[in-house]
Unconditional design. Sequence first.
Length: 401
Amino acid sequence: MNGQTELHLDLARLRAETPGSAHVLHLNAAGSSLPSRRTLDATLAHLQLEAEIGGYEAADKARATLDGFYPSIARLIGAEPDEIAYVENATRAWDLAFYSLDFKPGDRLLTCVSEYSSNYISYLQVAKKTGAEIVVVPDDAHGQIDVAALERAVDKRTKLISISHIPTQGGLVQPAEAVGRIANDAGVLYILDACQSVGMMPIDVNRLGCDFLSATGRKYMRGPRGTGFLYARTRTTAQIEPIFLDNHAARWTGDNEYTAIADAKRFENWERYFAGVIGLKVAADQANELGMDAVWARLRELADGLRARLKTVKGVTLTDLGVTKGAIVTFSVAGVDHSALKQALRAKAINVSVSTQFSSRLDLKGRGLKDVMRASVHLYNTDTELDRFVSELAKAAAESQ
Ligand SMILES: *Cc1c(COP(=O)(O)O)cnc(C)c1O
């Protein structure tokens, strides 16, 4: 396993080409990961060019790279370039899909227990406005969506199945492909929030069977902050008109007429963070070059290694759910205030985060957890770092008892 991963990935070089890893022990990829030197340089170079020759002129000069964003993202998720829209973050990308759907009283939308808070707030708002109903499909014994219960829950009133692939608050990887088969068999639209999974694991929208997929740049993709994208499957979503249109998403074809453009760019708007588009394209290219199978194998190796180390620390309980566990490691430390622990680690240049019910109320509340510590690994992390993290964690936890 080890040897195989290293055959594919030059780990020392990946780390050397991550400037931030010289400064911090970063275990917060699920918040915002450290970018590579190549991504940072490409982003900075475009900002520099804008300052030197003007923003519009810089965009003209970088046109080929900017246009290359679409095929690069498409390749990463097995889509067609014209099925990709650049959006400034995952939440807005998801919103553009969700709020463009037309719910009627009694329509049902099916989701999962571990659903992300922003998505759930949107369900509540749309349910309040339209009379649609939210159905939360229970978890199975592994803590992932109960696929059989989902299948039973689908009925004639079901308008949408919408889940998060990997929640923000743990290692759980939802059986998103099985969910997709159920959605596709029933002819029900399927939105997949893949904010944490794109860049962490291989993603193939055709295998997943999703109609829409949203993702952010700064997490596992290692792109700049303030970037993201939406995938919209042409075959099933071409007739869906976006909730917002502007002069980029539509053409003003007559005094009293407009025509939304045909491809996924109809979900975009005109102004954007061009340096960020370039940075995210470069980050996607790097992920494509490394190969997502190798990245996924290495990230699981790191995360499993971290879980094994954490098991040896007094007072630590691992809180990750699911059959397959990804690169987000969560745990609680008995008798310790997690936020204070995070701050104590921050003072030692160790970055972790705390997931609270603010991020996923149903899941954490249901498990009786106020919050959990979250340590999320990426390619620049090393086994030596994990050793150091766990020893500092044990020390800090003992001090704050
Ligand atoms: C972080 C996260 C989001 C929000 O992404 P933004 O880019 O901050 O909008 C959505 N869903 C999940 C599961 C997340 O972890």
